[in-house]
Ligand binder design. Structure first.
Ligand code: ZN
Length: 173
């Protein structure tokens, strides 16, 4: 699926909850996983492929494989981490973002079973980034003022073809 990029209004809309845990949902999740692997990146939210739905997928290339979570909510969070982060919808830009070090996420698997995920480090970062997407929030919104100004000017230069786009698959969400 084509990945929607910065400026596309779907990235700023609050997503609708998943209501039917059916074949169409499983197909969408499969397509999103394929799109994430092709990008490549470690996480993707449905609005990034133009579907305003509370569905995220992620794959940290570990023994857990790729996973999907519908209607995710961050129930609790703890501590703080600051790492460089990027977004598949804002290609080639990586900036330090302050996130909780550990989170507890609740949601549903693709069959509608309730799931709780306790996550730290990169997985905690991925979950916070993707749940933000479902609220129309982008990682740019979480940068300090100086980095945000720099990022917006880099996006402008990219649009004009003045700046090449470099990709870091382990930080692209
Ligand atoms: Zn993103």
């Amino acid at each position: 699926m084509p990945i929607r990029t910065f400026g596309d209004p779907v990235l700023r809309e609050p997503a609708r909850p998943v209501e039917s845990f059916d074949d169409a949902l499983r197909r969408l999740a499969d397509d999103m996983v394929e799109t994430m692997h092709d990008a490549p990146g470690v996480g993707l939210a449905a609005p990034q492929v133009g579907r305003s739905l509370r569905l995220i997928v992620f794959d940290l290339q570990d023994e857990q494989g790729s996973r999907a979570l519908a209607n995710p909510v961050l129930r609790d969070e703890w501590g703080e981490q600051i790492e460089e982060e990027g977004c598949l919808s804002i290609p080639g830009l990586y900036y330090p973002v302050r996130r909780a070090a550990r989170v507890w996420a609740e949601g549903f698997d693709l069959d509608g079973n309730a799931v709780t995920i306790e996550a730290e480090e990169l997985l905690a970062r991925v979950l916070q980034h993707e749940v933000d997407h479902l609220a129309g929030v982008l990682f740019l919104d979480r940068l300090d003022a100086e980095h945000r100004t720099e990022a917006l000017s880099a996006i402008r230069d990219q649009t004009l073809g003045l700046q090449p786009v470099a990709h870091d698959p382990n930080r692209a969400l």
